[in-house]
Design a protein around this ligand. Structure first.
Ligand code: PMP
Length: 297
């Protein structure tokens, strides 16, 4: 699989497999009309034998189950069912290099438009293998730019919902400022990026905003916590003020596609000495090693 624009993966939609370009949903799908759905993005890492295997799939499937539960959509598959579906999606899209699996479940197709849940509808299930486009080697070596903005999203950010308008506007804000990410603040406290968790280093200690409804707990959140522990880096999960964010020695973001990525300018100001730092280097190295040992269906 190359990153050609005409890449047309074989996707799963409600029991059928076919090309993405031909997949269709009815306009009264609750996902289309209300953003009433949940999604997951699971990295697939190419192994030495050429096989692509999902990373931390157990945790991704657990978060999918939690998100569905929080909006009262019955999980359409059990654990084994999801694993079989994902294995088949990988098989149907064989190719070289890392990739990702995108999973979306919506409440289903209603008979008419009305906000409250319609009775007796079947969730829509969509699974697609996509390209995992990492930041360039140069960006990683230099570190990326981020800008800040007020977090105006709702207070259920822990649900990995397809209602992403707040995140979309923040991503556009970053793009308009030639930045990789917008880092959000709510009531003077750091929450998260538009599509990432944010990490602050001060005096060698790694700080992360508290897990809870103000942020999406990334699958990399507890991974980074574990990797920090292994590397002997002290980690504190606590409120982080805007002043602490701006006075950081190092800043990083994490997500399935960014892994862990250094941020070296914030609102045009240098972060620390303006270069990716030692804590970042330790975590990135540990992350790359974890990729070779923690995977599987
Ligand atoms: N927060 C938000 C708002 C996100 O969209 C993401 C990426 N899905 C994350 C955090 C990081 O989550 P993960 O590590 O599971 O990719």
């Amino acid at each position: 699989m190359s990153i050609a624009e005409d890449f047309d993966p074989t996707v799963y939609l409600n029991g059928e497999w076919g090309p993405l370009s031909e997949a269709r949903i009815p306009v009264l799908d609750r996902g289309f009309i209300f953003g009433d759905g949940i999604y997951e993005v699971v990295p697939l890492y190419a192994q030495a034998n050429g096989e692509r295997l999902p990373f931390r799939l157990t945790q991704h499937l657990a978060r999918l189950e939690r998100s569905l539960g929080k909006i009262s959509i019955a999980n359409p598959f059990d654990d084994a069912g999801w694993r079989a579906l994902i294995a088949r999606a990988i098989e149907a899209n064989a190719g070289a290099g890392d990739a990702l699996v995108y999973i979306q479940v919506t409440r289903g197709v209603a008979k008419r438009r009305g906000h409250a849940f319609p009775a007796g509808i079947t969730p829509t299930v969509f699974v697609m293998v996509g390209q995992l486009v990492f930041p360039s080697v140069e960006t990683r070596a230099r570190g990326a730019a981020a800008v800040t903005a007020e977090d105006k999203r709702w207070l259920h950010c822990d649900i990995k919902s397809t209602s992403l308008l707040g995140n979309v506007l923040m991503a556009q804000h970053a793009a308009e400022h030639d930045a990789l990410e917008t880092i959000q603040l709510r009531d003077g406290l750091l929450t998260e990026g538009s599509s990432s968790n944010v990490w602050v280093v001060k005096g060698g200690t790694l700080l992360g905003a508290p897990r809870g409804p103000r942020i999406l707990e990334g699958i990399r959140y507890s991974l980074i916590e574990e990797l920090a522990k292994e590397a002997g880096i002290v980690f504190e999960e606590r409120d982080i003020t805007e002043a602490e964010l701006r006075a950081a020695d190092e800043l990083m973001i994490s997500s399935a596609t960014k892994e862990v990525m250094p941020i070296t300018t914030l609102d045009g100001q240098r972060v620390g000495d303006g270069r990716p730092g030692a804590v970042y280097a330790a975590l990135y190295g540990a992350y790359q090693r974890a990729k070779t040992r923690e995977f599987g269906l």
